[in-house]
Design a protein around this ligand. Sequence first.
Ligand SMILES: Cc1ncc(COP(=O)(O)O)c(C=O)c1O
Length: 475
Amino acid sequence: MSLNKVPLIQIFASQQAQTLRDKLCATLRQLIVSGTLPQGERLPSSRLMAADLSLSRVTVEAAYTQLESEGYLVRNIGKGTFVAIALEPPRRVRKMAQPAPLALSSRGKKIVATGGCRDPLYPQAFAAGSPDLRVFPHDIWRRLTAQRLRSPETVMGYGDPQGLPELRQAVARYLAQSRGVRCAAEQVIILTSSQQALQMLAMLLCDVGEKICLEEPGYSGAFNAFVSAGAEISGLELDDRGAKIPDTGRAKLIYLTPSHQYPTGVTMSLSRRLQWLAYANKHDSWLIEDDYDSEFYYDEQPMPALQGLDDNGRVLYLGTFSKALFPSLRLAYLVVPPALVEPFCRMRSVMDGHSAQLMQAVTADFIIHGHFQAHLRLMRKLYASRRNLLLTQLAEKLGDRLRPQSHSGGLQLTVTLPGGGEERLTRAALNAGLILPRLSPLYQGAVREEGWLLGFSALQRAEIINAVDKLARLF
Ligand SMILES: Cc1ncc(COP(=O)(O)O)c(C=O)c1O
């Protein structure tokens, strides 16, 4: 079949690639692989193809050149561009093969069944947990990166699975000063994300079928990591002092967000913290302290970390640069007792080796030269004003239809919906271009509160006002 007989424009329009060149490459690959364009078929000249698809000729030339380098096309000066490869069965419309049943392991099936967790690729009202990337000090970051690249060979080799020593040193100092964490740089492990840390913790410390406790409602990323490791998950009830100690049974791992409970925002009281440490000592358990957004407090400084109260090496402290800097940096840190450092490093070397050296080096410089603290100070001010605006807008336009929860910090405001309708309204909002991250799926048990986690930090003033207007119209 020749190219003018296939709905080229539709296939081109359906491609997900980011650039026009990649979209055209994907279109032509699809047509060649499906046998629609057989070996020897002549493609239209770049001028004609460009006119058909309303592209520039440069774009078409770039796509043809790319596909020639991949072996799909061959170009003959003066003759034209031809399909180079024949795919089986040749020249016939290929019968769709029956897909083989997916032979996933039982672990694989559990992982897929979690549904995974994906964050929106671009900030959008009211996606939760995104920092405002528009106000990041890009110039400083660019300068520090350029400085490091003056001696590129120092950041181009393999690195320490535990993380770049300068960054570990900088993180240890920052955590001691800002969060009361007691650790040496030798106890800090640099990882790609909190998510990677949670998965490694579950796999290293917990056998299949062992019990892990999680706050309820709680962070779905943690839930997914623990389920993937084959753990048996048990929910922890919450009250106004944080996660309650279970009456019965021993859990090997307990996941907690003491500074700012995810998603309710409750701060764990001192007495509850001491009870958890006593529980961990008694049962030989590990407490994971996920301090995911404690940098963002708006009213008063948060309580120091639980880790700082621990004299027996029971707390595994976890933090991320995804919110304090930017998510694509893919850097987080874990503080563990000295005896756990080597097992973690070995596991990291089995997984993916280490995090990118250049980004670790630039992050270390950013902290050491004072830019990190300065950036956080500015973001706290900015995000506090956005939180205040969101609160007043909601009160003004939605009255008591939404009930804001504790909101002393963080990048999102959790609201409950006393009148219900979470699922229906979320669907309607999506049609109106609004993302409303739902509260009820963060529960595992049957008793669920309905509501949303409304991200505000990445939204400018007009965007917040506009989004609340849209939300109000849905009711
Ligand atoms: C409780 C909690 N921990 C960790 C993270 C994410 O951190 P990372 O991007 O490092 O996986 C999030 C992100 O929303 C979170 O809500």
